[in-house]
Write a protein that binds this ligand. Structure first.
Ligand code: UDP
Length: 387
């Protein structure tokens, strides 16, 4: 009989949704239709007004007043504070999310968001619904303690850096599984680099390419970096590189980038569904320190130039990239442009070394390992299909 799995996320940034979609695709690829997987935005669709409006303020807070976001993150960052606040919120709000479980009748619940653990556990307890609950952490190195609930059946973590935090939150080694961040199955078999791919994507076949992104919502300094890079990649009338600018859902950025005249070859795109192809076709990525983008870039062997980070959950991603020698961090667009131009010229060897390190560090099959362990919790599932 088909088993029902409910994935709880909320649209704060593109990462949680991307991870949820990755898991859903992983179930479909491994087990066909043996599982029915639903993804819901628990916070926006089930919390009462005005609490459900809070997630909407995330991109505003993180993008325009990062200091305020940092303050909120740090104020709740201690395990004891986080657990107490979460329990209080769960008491008040747990009731309101019960209809989600009544409606979907899940056999198992997966959370890919830090703010839903306590709420859902409370609701399940009140409803006396004894079904497995697992957490899949979608932050890479710095994690908020709200991710960890001691009664979760399993907690999947993406990196060694997160292990200590999970243990500090009283999770046992048996509860913790370390496979990597769940990224979409397309990254398990990224397309072949080379002229064919570049031709299909209408890129210059020869010039080294920098991929510029700003998460799902196209936030950060994408425009100023593009301007600086355009100036540096043209010297003495010669083109030293090309750019692909992915604006995500940021329409204003897309319009601005499309209207501009560039001195090197540039592709400007809105939200793309084939990120693995764009990553495979480029030679480095310039991005804010989003966990999803970093994990994906690693599997594609793409050196990473970090241009900034959201205080709190993305902060640890900077030392993660630097310490593993898979990229660099430069907050100023001019410095980014200078270093990327060197990577495309005299420091080509360094770029190749970082690409090799990235390939080593990436976990292209993390999604499948996570999905297999979750399926095992539901007992007699069919053997996984070949992937
Ligand atoms: N993404 C995508 N298409 C786009 C822009 C972004 O598929 O046009 C995906 C990207 O590949 C990554 C996610 O959106 O999986 C962004 O997640 P990240 O954690 O990097 O940043 P967030 O948006 O959550 O701040």
């Amino acid at each position: 009989m088909t088993k029902r799995i409910l994935i709880l996320m909320s649209k704060t940034g593109g990462g949680h949704r991307a991870s949820a979609e990755a898991l859903k695709a992983g179930f479909a690829q491994l087990y066909g239709d043996a599982f029915e997987v639903e993804i819901i935005d628990l916070l926006m669709d089930y919390l009462p007004w005005p609490v459900r409006e809070l997630p909407k303020s995330y991109s505003f807070l993180a993008g325009t007043t990062p200091w305020l976001w940092r303050l909120l993150f740090q104020a709740t960052d201690e395990q004891i504070t986080a657990a107490t606040l979460n329990r209080m919120a769960a008491r008040v709000l747990g009731q309101s999310i019960a209809p989600a479980f009544t409606r979907y009748q899940p056999d198992l619940v997966i959370s890919v968001h830090p703010l839903v653990q306590y709420l859902s556990m409370r609701a399940l307890k009140v409803m006396r619904l004894r079904i497995p609950f697992v957490t899949v952490v979608t932050d890479l190195a710095t994690v908020h303690p709200a991710w960890f609930h001691p009664r979760a059946n399993l907690c999947f973590i993406p990196s060694q850096e997160v292990y200590a935090a999970a243990r500090k939150a009283r999770l046992t080694p048996e509860q913790i599984r370390l496979y990597g961040l769940p990224i979409r199955p397309m990254f398990a078999t990224p397309p072949q680099r080379g002229p064919e791919l570049r031709a299909r994507l209408q890129m210059n076949p020869d010039l080294p390419a920098a991929l510029l992104v700003g998460g799902g919502e196209g936030i950060g300094k994408v425009a100023s970096i593009a301007h600086a890079l355009d100036a540096h990649l043209r010297a003495d009338g010669k083109q030293l590189g090309q750019m692909v600018i992915i604006c995500g859902s940021n329409r204003k950025l897309y319009d601005e980038m499309s209207a501009r005249k560039w001195s090197v070859p540039v592709r400007v795109l809105g939200y793309v569904d084939n990120m693995a192809e764009w990553m495979a076709a480029c030679d480095c990525i310039v991005t804010k320190a989003g966990p999803g983008t970093i994990a994906e870039a690693l599997t594609c062997g793409l050196p990473i130039m970090l241009s900034g980070f959201i205080p709190g959950q993305e902060e640890g991603n900077v030392p993660y990239v630097i310490n593993h020698q898979v990229g660099a961090y430069r907050p100023e667009p001019e410095d980014i442009a200078r270093l990327v131009t060197r990577w495309f010229g005299p420091e080509r060897g360094e770029l190749a070394r970082m690409a090799a390190n990235a390939r080593q560090l990436g976990n292209p099959r993390a999604t499948f390992h996570i999905v297999e362990d979750i399926a095992a919790l539901l007992g007699d599932v069919p053997p996984s299909l070949a992937t």
